[in-house]
Structures are given as C-alpha cells and as structure tokens.
Design a binder for this molecule. Structure first.
Ligand code: PHE
Length: 450
C-alpha cells in the first residue's frame, strides 16, 4: 500500500480519542482493580505509577513515533527505518501478543456483554457477596454461554474492523468515552459515601512496602504496558495513522493521564465498596463483576445506571479490541497484499480457535494446565508479563542505540516545528538506559531467573 492511499485519522482530536480508545478498556475497569486487589493494594499502585511514568510514557512516545515515521504495520516499520534485518522480530512478537491477548480479553468482554442483560433484568442487583459470587460463577462455569458470548464479541469487533480505520475506529471511540467517565465519577461518589469506605481508600493509597515482591513488580510493569497498549506494535500501528503535524509527546502524555484517571476512578469506585460490603479484595477476575453491581444496587435508579455502565464498558472494550486486531490485520493485509476483509477474517478465525481454551478455562478445560496455569491465565501471563516487556526492551534498545537522537529529535519535534528539545533528550536518556535496564532487571527477577 502506498503512503498516499493509506487510511488515516482525519483530525488531531480524532487521533487523541482513538488512541485513548485503545488505551482505555477492560484494563482499567477490570484488570487494574483485580490486580491491585490481589497484589496488596497501594504498594502495587505505587510501582504501577512509577512504571507508567518512567517506562510506559517514554516508550509510548517512541513507539508511536516509529509508526508515524515509517507509516507501516508493526513488522514493515523495521524494513523502513533500518537496514538491520533482525528488528522485525518485534513486530512478529506483537502479532503473537495481539492474538494471545484478544483470546482472553474477548472472553472478559463477553462477560461484560452478558452482564448488560443481567443488569437490565435485575438479576445482579445484590450487595450480598455470596449471591454475587454465585451469579458470576454460574456464568463462567457454563461452557456454552462462555463460548457464545466470546463469539458475539469477536463477530462484532471483526465486522467493525472490516469497515476500515477512520470510519470504524474513530466513530466508535469518539462518542462514548466521556459518558463512561461521568458514570465512573457517580459510582465513585456513591462508593466513597458508603459506611466503612475509608478502609478501601487506605487499601488503595497507604502502601505497605512489605507486600512488594519481585513478582508483584513484574505484574505492575506488565499492567503498565497492557494499560497503554505498549510493547506489541499497537501504538506503532496507530502511530502510522497519525497526522504529520500531530504533537506526539503532548498527545501521548494526555492519553497516559486520561487512562490513569479512569483506572484510579475505577479503583476508588471499587475498593471502598469491597470493604463496605465485605467482599474479598483479592477475589481476582470476579472482583469487578461483584462489587460494581453492589454499589449500583445501593443507590436510587441502580438498575438503569448499572445497565448503562455495562453497556459503556462493553463499548470501551470494543475500542481496545479493535486496536488489538489492527496489529495482525495491518501486518497481514500489507505484507501479503491481502484485502483488509480477508486479513480481518483470518485474524478473527485464529482468535476464535485460540479463544476456545480461554473461554473454557473455568469449565470443561479447567484441569488443562501448563506451568500451573489454565489457558486464560497462561495467555495473560505470556502476553503481559513476557511478550510486552520483552517487546518494550527491544523497542527501547532499537530507538536508543540504532535509531539515535538526531532522528528522534526530528520526528518528535515535527522537523523542528515544536520547541521540545529538552523533553526529547530526557525521553532519549530514558529509552537508551533507564527503561531497558529496569525492564530487564524486573523481568529476570520476576521470573526468578536471577
Ligand atoms: N489497553 C487496553 C486496555 O486497557 C488493552 C490493550 C492491550 C489494547 C494491548 C491493545 C494492546 O483495555
């Protein structure tokens, strides 16, 4: 595909919203709270914040920059920006990560879809942990509904992606984000005014440093990557649709802050309620599906709010899934001169197959384990805790040691139009030394290699 015919985003605000659409998703509403809960609360949050600021943000800038500089998919980027052959592995790892993530992510999205109907019919309107656990348990342990909901998600997102970049992604991302934000704020207010809410805030903001182990640090780092869709070519692919005059450092910083605020809001909506109603903070993946309905149940108009909330969360998951699918779809369609439709169909088919063990991991295939993990957990671990960090190291090393400062200057300043030399120098220093070194140490410690 030539540069001029490459589809792209039409306005700079559209770019911001679409990138935000990739970042904000189940990572904020589901993964962030469940990991924060099961890894001890505030200490985990602190590491996550550091990882986001010192590693995530600079990586997001350079990843987006590479995409825009080369205007290509995550593999072809490296054909265009360097003569050295090996770096393409980054794109292929991203290809695998996208499939692995979507295989379990689409399952969680399926639960959200199912909860829309449960919310509307009032069947999850309870503040009783036992009842809530039962409803959730029934859904995930039913193989047929697990599969069908996942297929609904994949069918829907697959069809959107076939319609193309600007029309499909931008339109969906644009409309509903602000609404979700408002609903989270309402949820927070209710949760924070529940009797006993303080214990939840303490859990979230008063760090107990003894809970921070190497494995916890690796999980927090993995979450930082997952949250900002980093280390696997999503931001490269999205960057390739960025406008020439887009201010990359400013846009990525805004996305990072917006994403972080959504996560924090979700945390402040959930943890006070966890303590107020007596849920277990370490409940894991079920945490959100039990606590959120409980908060809504304890306010007037709960059923309507609750239903709207799950609809909006479903929409947020669509934006993220589209950006996941876009990685393999762009690689397949551009490298194998395949039509977009065919590339999308192949990608969805692959995920549909890989998704089966993930969907059945709490029912039919619950006993099928590798390294002590079922398929769902394994896909999550392999992608977030291994592929994304390794991809991150490689991207940093590439920009820091091969691509170099002069080119980075040129790209991130839009050829000198933006006066941000000092900032770029800091970014360069971080990606050349700090980020790759710290990711490597965290990875090796977290995996108990050293
Ligand atoms: N960032 C998305 C979320 O938080 C998930 C995602 C990960 C999307 C990796 C694209 C790539 O939900």
């Amino acid at each position: 595909m030539t540069q001029s015919t490459r589809d792209g985003f039409t306005s700079s605000f559209g770019v911001l919203l679409a990138t935000l659409g990739s970042a904000v998703g189940l990572g904020n509403i589901w993964k962030f709270p469940s990991l924060t809960g099961s890894n001890g609360g505030a200490g985990f949050l602190l590491v996550y914040l550091l990882a986001t600021l010192l590693v995530g943000l600079p990586l997001m800038m350079v990843e987006t920059m590479l995409g825009r500089a080369a205007r290509a998919n995550a593999v072809t980027v490296f054909d265009r920006v360097t003569q050295q052959k090996g770096w393409k592995i980054i794109g292929w790892m991203g290809f695998c990560a996208a499939l692995l993530i979507t295989a379990f992510y689409s399952e969680v999205a399926g639960w959200v879809y199912a909860y829309i109907f449960k919310a509307a019919t009032g069947s999850i309107a309870t503040t009783d942990p036992k009842v809530a656990q039962e409803v959730f348990g029934k859904l995930v342990s039913d193989p047929i509904s697990s599969l069908v909901w996942q297929w609904v998600v994949l069918g829907l997102t697959g069809s959107i992606i076939m319609m193309g970049v600007s029309k499909g992604i931008e339109a969906v991302a644009r409309k509903l984000m602000p609404l979700l934000f408002i609903l989270l704020v309402i949820l927070c207010i209710r949760s924070l005014t529940l009797p006993g809410a303080m214990a939840g805030l303490e859990f979230l903001f008063k760090p107990d440093l003894s809970k921070i182990t190497p494995a916890v640090i690796l999980t927090a780092l993995g979450l930082a990557f997952f949250k900002l869709s980093l280390g696997m070519g999503t931001m490269m692919t999205y960057g390739s649709y960025f406008r020439e005059d887009q201010n990359i450092p400013a846009t990525t910083t805004r996305v990072m802050f917006a994403d972080l605020s959504v996560s924090l809001l979700a945390g402040m909506a959930i943890f006070p309620a966890v303590f107020a109603f007596g849920f277990a903070p370490a409940a894991g993946p079920s945490l959100v599906f039990m606590t959120i309905p409980a908060v809504f149940t304890s306010m007037p108009g709960g059923v309507i709010f609750m239903t709207t909330f799950f609809v909006l969360t479903a929409v947020a998951s669509v934006g993220a899934i589209l950006s996941l699918l876009e990685v393999p779809v762009a690689i397949l369609s551009e490298r194998y001169s395949m039509g977009r439709k065919k590339a999308a169909a192949l990608t969805v088919l692959a995920i549909l197959l890989m998704g089966i063990p993930a969907a059945l991991s709490q029912s039919t295939m619950a006993d099928v384990k590798l390294f002590g993990m079922n398929a769902f957990d394994l896909f999550d671990f392999l992608s977030s805790n291994i592929l994304l960090p390794v991809g991150g190291i490689l991207i940093c090393l590439f920009v820091g040691w091969v691509y170099g400062l002069p080119q980075l200057q040129k790209q991130l300043s839009n050829d000198g139009a933006l006066k941000n030399t000092a900032l770029i120098k800091i970014v360069f220093f971080l990606v050349r030394f700090i980020a790759p070194l710290s990711i490597a140490i965290i990875l090796l410690h977290g995996l108990k290699v050293i």
